[in-house]
Design a protein around this ligand. Structure first.
Ligand SMILES: Cc1cc2nc3c(=O)[nH]c(=O)nc-3n(C[C@H](O)[C@H](O)[C@H](O)COP(=O)(O)OP(=O)(O)OC[C@H]3O[C@@H](n4cnc5c(N)ncnc54)[C@H](O)[C@@H]3O)c2cc1C
Length: 494
């Protein structure tokens, strides 16, 4: 084992949460080392795969559009999204379980953090995913108007530029495996495994930003339950949870919904783990405008419960509960023009009749015909408006479709095969509003911070789109700044 080296702050991971923390710590004068388990070519975690939509609070349209480098070429409708509305969204979709203190910090510091990131060189553009076209206008649901330029690839590149441009040292293929603790429980540093061997690194503070356990089938089965070991992983293969386990071993408090995760409908032929050539393009989120059936030809959820940005994160679980974890999303020519561009990467079954469509899908013909007939009879279709919750609801159907219920009657019909893709896990470490990791008795573990997916208490059962990256950046900045202030002038090796 080589001799220990000392840094003021060591950040574990190199995604959005880690790099915002690293830069924030550096800018307050700390010497920072970033440990990235991945190779240089595969660096950047889930952040790099993401659609990079950021959900932040804003007073009005002008405040959002001011973040763009140039005014948009098209007419844009943006509803106000004040902090209380953001807060209410988080409370609503998590069934009231989101931690009130952490949620308040996330919401209240969202806009200033987005502005701070702009100062780091992150550029913004209109979300490709959530705007609904209405003639020459685009209407955005509140909160999810912007993504970073070039989506996750662009975000990751901008954050690495910011870190590298500051001379922050980044070690690749450097897997943190364990925390080193003093007898009083304070963090001394880490044990790191690299291709050349294992070394110890000493730090004034350690910031854990190494993601959840979504890429670890054993932990998925253990915490999320049966069937989760075989799901598609939408992002990086490197988030396998060893530092989450190591932190618990060191006395950190588990927090949040350990049996819960963000999981969405993805193309049934998606690769088993994320592919940087596809990034998030296998996602299939236009289901509110069609119906979803299982391999028996039966509907199983309310596809129109809400906009997909408020339901997509729980629909993966509903698909996993179906036979073979497989389903189909069916649309007709009235709604095909509304499909997100990402559907272009799929290969749908296509037919002029529902009978022929069933044959092309390989589902029982009689069942699908009966299901579509029942749906069409229950769907009123009047007042269909894809840009609002139009209340166009089915009558007397189980499960109902609460919005956008228009009959499937304009051939050719298309059906996209989908399965469950896990994005990230909800359970994690308990932090306080300063991003300090708390022990099982609720006391901060001296010198230990966490941010991003490795933290718990923010999301339960469901999640509003764009809140993950925002959470990582808000608490990444807080962790970096707080950890940098711990900088001890006269350091004596223990
Ligand atoms: C396909 C896809 C699309 C998404 N789209 C969006 C979106 O539009 N908006 C949004 O808000 N969220 C989105 N998300 C979720 C979002 O990307 C993540 O929640 C966010 O990137 C997590 O950031 P993080 O920094 O905590 O983790 P990550 O970005 O995953 O970074 C974790 C880092 O830790 C490293 N690491 C892991 N273990 C170790 C170890 N032991 N030692 C050293 N390094 C380690 C990894 O290599 C990686 O660099 C998406 C996710 C995916 C997969």
């Amino acid at each position: 084992m080589r001799a220990p080296r000392r840094h003021d702050v060591i950040v574990v991971g190199a995604g959005n949460a880690a790099l915002t923390a690293a830069v924030a710590a550096h800018d307050l004068g700390a010497s920072v080392l970033v440990l990235e388990k991945a190779h240089r070519a595969t660096r950047g975690g889930n952040t790099r795969f993401s659609g990079a939509v950021f959900r932040f609070a804003y007073a009005d349209r002008a405040q959002v559009l001011a973040l763009l480098p140039t005014p948009p070429a098209e007419e844009i409708d943006v509803e106000p999204y004040p902090p209380d509305r953001y807060y209410a969204d988080l409370v609503r979709v998590t069934g009231g379980l989101a931690d009130p203190v952490l949620t308040r910090v996330l919401v209240d510091r969202s806009l200033e953090t987005v502005r701070w990131m702009t100062g780091l060189g992150v550029e913004w553009e209109l979300s490709e995913i959530f705007g609904v076209r209405d003639g020459a206008r685009r209407r955005f649901p509140p909160g999810v108007v912007l993504q970073t330029r070039g989506a996750g690839l662009g975000l990751s590149a901008a954050l690495f530029r910011a870190a590298e441009g500051r001379g922050i040292e980044i070690a690749y293929e450097a897997k943190a495996v364990r925390l080193r603790l003093a007898s009083d429980g304070a963090v001394l540093g880490l044990v790191v495994r690299e291709p050349t061997g294992t070394r110890e690194v000493d730090a004034g503070a350690v910031i854990l930003a190494s993601g959840g356990f979504e890429a670890n089938p054993e932990m998925r089965a253990r915490y999320l339950g049966a069937g989760w070991d075989t799901v598609v992983v939408r992002g990086t293969a490197y988030n396998t949870g060893e530092m989450l386990a190591a932190a618990l071993e060191a006395g950190a408090q588990p927090f949040g919904q350990w049996s819960g995760c963000h999981a969405t409908p993805v193309d049934a032929t998606a690769p088993p783990v994320g592919d940087l050539r596809l990034t998030d393009k296998t996602n299939r989120l236009s289901y509110p405008y069609g119906i979803m059936v299982n391999i028996h030809g039966r509907r199983f959820i309310d596809e129109g419960e809400d906009f997909s940005q408020y339901t997509y994160a729980k629909i993966g679980r509903a698909i996993l509960a179906q036979m073979q974890a497989r389903a189909w999303q069916i649309f007709d020519q009235r709604t095909v023009p509304l499909l997100e561009e990402r559907y272009a990467t799929g290969r749908p079954a296509r037919a002029d009749t529902i009978e022929a469509l069933a044959d092309a899908m390989g589902v029982p013909r009689a069942a699908l015909v009966e299901e579509v007939r029942a749906f069409n009879a229950a769907a009123r279709g009047g007042g269909f408006d894809p840009g609002t919750r139009d209340g166009c609801v089915t009558q007397g159907l189980t499960p109902p479709k609460s919005n956008w219920a228009v009959p499937l009657e304009r051939p050719p019909f298309v059906a996209y095969p989908v399965t469950c893709g896990i994005t990230f896990t909800y359970g994690g470490l308990r932090i306080d509003e300063d991003a300090r990791v708390l022990d099982t008795e609720g006391r901060p573990i001296p010198g230990l911070y966490a941010t991003g997916e490795i933290t718990g208490g923010f999301f339960y059962f469901n999640y509003p789109a764009g809140a993950g990256l925002m959470r990582g950046a808000v608490f990444g900045r807080i962790a970096g700044e707080h950890a940098a202030r711990l900088k001890v002038e006269a350091w004596v090796p223990r």
